[in-house]
Structure formats: C-alpha cells, structure tokens
Design a protein around this ligand. Structure first.
Ligand SMILES: *Cc1c(COP(=O)(O)O)cnc(C)c1O
Length: 338
C-alpha cells in the first residue's frame, strides 16, 4: 500500500522513534508542585532561547495565546490584531468568553504585517465610551510569511510610544528564524511576550510554550491552572519539546526547500495560480469548477491537502523531497487528463 503524503498541515508530524525513546527515559515529577525536572529544564531552555525571563509549558498554542491575552488584558480592555489572526479567528473567541476582552481586528497587509498607521487610527482615547486599547498582537509567520526585522523594530517603537504591550503569536516563529538564518532571540527581543508551538514543524506530539517577564508568566501560570492546564508528570510531554529544540530546529530548512521545490514544480502548470511563502506553505488557486475534482484526484493518489477557503499545502518533517516530486507528478497528471 502506498503511504499517504499529508500536506494539510505541519501539525500532522508524528514522533520519531528517537523522540519516543527520549520521552520514555526522562525524569518526571509533579509539575503543579513545580517539581518536574524535565518541564523545568524545557522552560529554562526556552526562556534562554527567546531571551526572556520566564517560560511556561502549556497544552497548546491556543491555550498559550489565551493565557497571554488574559494576563496582559483586564475585562473591558482590548487587543488589536489581524482579521485573520489565529488568536482572533481560530480560537473560539476565548478571550471574549473567558476574559471579557474585546478584539479590534484589522486587515493584514499582503506581507502579513499590520499597517501601523491603521493601528494608530483604532487606538481608543481615554474616554468612558471606549474599551481601553492595551495590546497589539502580531503573527510570525503568518500564512508562512516572515515579518521583516525592520518592521518588528518599528512595531516595538510604535507600541512603546502608544503605550501598548506587544505580543507575538509565534506558533511558527522557529520557521521565521530559520528562514532569516538568525537566532530566535533576534525576533523575540521586540516583543513583551511570545507564544511558540512545539507541535508544528518541530515535530512534538503536544505542547506550546509562552515566554515573557517573570511577573507575566506567574500570572499566566495561575490562569493555566484555572483553565485546567496544570498537568502533573508532564515532563513526559516536555521531553518531546526538549528533544525538538535540541535536534529539529535546523531541519525546518529542509521543509522550506521542499516548499520551494513544490512551488517551482506547480508553477509550470498553466491552470494553477501558485502563491509561495517564505517558509513551509503554498497556496494555490484553481477555478471553482475543478477544485473538488482536483482534491478528489489527489486523494485517490494518496495525497491530502487542505481545502477549505484557499487550497493550502504545508511541507513538514514527515514529507521528503521524493514525496514532493510525486505530488508534482500527480498534479501534472490531473491537468493532462482533465
Ligand atoms: C496552530 C496555531 C496556533 C494554535 O496552536 P494549537 O496548538 O493548534 O492550539 C496559534 N497560532 C497560529 C498562527 C497557529 O498556526
């Protein structure tokens, strides 16, 4: 039987045997007591890697972003973010449900940034009519696009001049750092807090990390407990994260190269419009009437891609360059025969 080539998301990576061995052999304790040495080590290493005072190991990127919003903002305050920001659009409205925190979404620029003039125009004056603008949230990477360092510098300056805190949804910030060939800290230094996913391209089965100042992380730890995210011998999960940050970060380059290869291959097909990103994602557009047939044909050939809204293909560590060549061939066959 043919193996499935799953390009729906980089969340689909499965733990390797080496990772499982490492998890099996880690030391554990009760993390709610602060006594899990593996969790403590992961948090220490992540704080160091991102240049922040403290870190908190959490269940998911959604929980991590929610903790950041709850810890930065009080009831009646607001955060400004992109219209398509994961933490606004794809996290079930957690901040408003659980925190009484309002969102002020804005349309993203084509490069995944928020226009700072536009942000300026929605900051509310101190007046009893308005929610209090408290926090600006960026996403890096957004749709695989890497925010330029120059922009991050401007955003930091802007936030400080306008009395806003700055949070990064860095679910894929490892990809951004690898793409720019810089250290993680060179991106994270512009932000008050950053959320990072271990379970995307890095390959851990579970887990995200929130980093920031010690007092902020202390607050986030309380909210994590409140949300039921205080786990016990969670070192067994944190071990996967430790394994990833020691072994897997540089492998993201391979995913980016594969995305490039895929882009080159698919761009030769006339009927397709292919949008590439800087990292591990591609978006394609085909006419509406053949979209379903295309998805079906790919599926029959053991290839899965993400098909709601725009068609999205994501490369990750469980996809090889041979797989990419096969995908390109199957696409070409489809358009030859259709
Ligand atoms: C995946 C993702 C998240 C959320 O992570 P989960 O672990 O799936 O909850 C947050 N932000 C972005 C940009 C993501 O891609």
């Amino acid at each position: 039987m043919n193996e499935i080539i799953d390009l729906r998301s980089d969340t689909l990576t499965k733990p390797s045997i080496a990772m499982k061995d490492f998890m099996l052999n880690c030391e554990v304790g009760d993390d709610v007591y602060g006594e899990d040495p593996t969790v403590n080590l992961l948090e220490e290493k992540m704080a160091k890697l991102t240049g922040k005072e403290s870190a908190l190991f959490v269940t998911s990127g959604t929980q991590s972003n929610l903790l950041a919003l709850l810890s930065h903002c009080q009831r009646g305050e607001e955060y400004i973010c992109g219209q398509e920001a994961h933490l606004y659009k794809y996290e079930a409205g957690g901040a408003s449900v659980l925190g009484g925190i309002q969102a002020q979404p804005l349309v993203y620029e084509d490069n995944g940034s928020l226009n700072l003039e536009l942000v300026k125009s929605v900051i509310k004056p101190e007046d009893s009519h308005f929610a209090r603008s408290k926090l600006l949230c960026l996403e890096n990477t957004h749709d695989g696009k890497v925010l330029p360092l120059k922009y991050l510098e401007e955003a930091q300056q802007f936030a400080s001049e306008n009395n806003l805190l700055l949070h990064l949804d860095g679910a894929r910030v490892f990809n951004a750092a690898v793409s720019l060939s810089i250290k993680l800290v060179d991106i994270c230094k512009y932000f008050d807090s950053v959320s990072l996913c271990l379970s995307k391209g890095l390959g851990a089965p579970v887990g995200s990390v929130l980093v920031g100042p010690a007092s902020f992380i202390q607050e986030a730890r309380r909210y994590r407990k409140m949300l039921g995210g205080g786990m016990r011998q969670s070192g067994i999960l944190a071990a996967a994260g430790l394994f990833c940050i020691s072994n897997n970060i540089n492998d993201l380059k391979k995913d980016h190269d594969n995305a490039k290869l895929l882009h080159e291959g698919l761009s030769t097909i006339e009927e397709l419009e292919v949008l590439s990103s800087d990292t591990n994602m591609l978006f394609i557009q085909v006419s509406q009437d053949i979209e379903q047939a295309l998805l079906q044909y790919l599926k029959e050939n053991n290839i899965l891609i993400s098909g709601y809204g725009q068609l999205r293909l994501v490369t990750h560590r469980d996809v090889s360059s041979e797989d990419i060549h096969k995908v390109i061939d199957v696409f070409k066959d489809f358009f030859k025969t259709s």
